[in-house]
Design a protein around this ligand. Sequence first.
Ligand code: PLP
Length: 350
Amino acid sequence: MGVPESGYKLPVPVDLRSDTVTRPGPEMLRAMMAAEVGDNVLEHDPTVHRLEKRAAELTGKEAAIFVPSGTMGNLCALLTHTRPGDSVVVEDQSHVFWYEGGGLGRIAGLASRTLRSEAGVWDLSELQSALMERSHHTPGTSLVCLESSHNRHGGAVLPMGFIHQTVELVHEFGAPVHLDGARAFNATRSLGTSIDQMVEPFDSLTFCLSKGLGCPIGSVLCGPADFISEAEYHRKRLGGGLRQAGYLAAAGLYALDHLVDRLDDDHARAQDLAGWCAGLPGLQPLPCPTNILILETEAPSAEWQARLEAEGVRTVPFGPYRLRAVTHLDVDDEGLAEAKEAFARVSEAL
Ligand SMILES: Cc1ncc(COP(=O)(O)O)c(C=O)c1O
């Protein structure tokens, strides 16, 4: 079977809704089609095994496991670190709390304690008082989660000092810390650090292949070997034991080899768009350190979205007066220029 010479054309010219909308280009597809595969439930699919080994080496963790989604990776981490009835401390805008179908409560049986933050950075004394000892009455805190880069905080990147302070405090208390690193590589590019350095303090982390790294499906959960072995049991229980998943893992290996450094281009384009929008009436960009631009809008964001859509630019409302625009692999300079013109036209019309 032949592979298209150029990537698929998106149905609309510029899709800024999310970095999850990317479709594999010809080289990634070629790598997928050439994958050596096996039954990853009966035994190890060789390509999945290679990806897991690579992910563990890259992140400096003992082991890793391929999962179909970031949501399942985070849920496997929650299920493995905790017992039903425990409590977990999460940031109040975190993906794990907002957008994962309440799996932490419904499936993992956890009580969540949410903490407010400034761009993901919470007050350490508030964290200290949120950590709860287990007693006959209290659901002990058995896990703390952080997120970086942070989706609802416009791609904010947690500073290393804050990560170290949080992890030190939680470890002294006696609980582990999990990183929802769906966009961990965006964070490392922004920090100018390597992934193993950034995630070294964490007990476990999830990173996604299907966001800025451009893969169609897949995430990886990394951590200690015994933790990953237990997580594999939860993955199966959740229906995430995929058979010939090597086709997907091959895309992941391709992305780790070829598509990490280019995240800088996405960040530069998001910055460019932010600067452009700052000059347009009716729009106020929030700080944009990575690839997620949040714009405060004077007119309702639904109105902005509809008018931009009519101009061939897709965005998502992120609150009644907030619009989100995300740059990614399928937005090139030409696409960015089209988006800028569309924003200018809508700003003038509103
Ligand atoms: C920060 C963060 N964590 C986790 C996820 C979940 O990933 P998935 O959509 O693969 O379940 C997302 C998805 O957008 C995300 O932004």
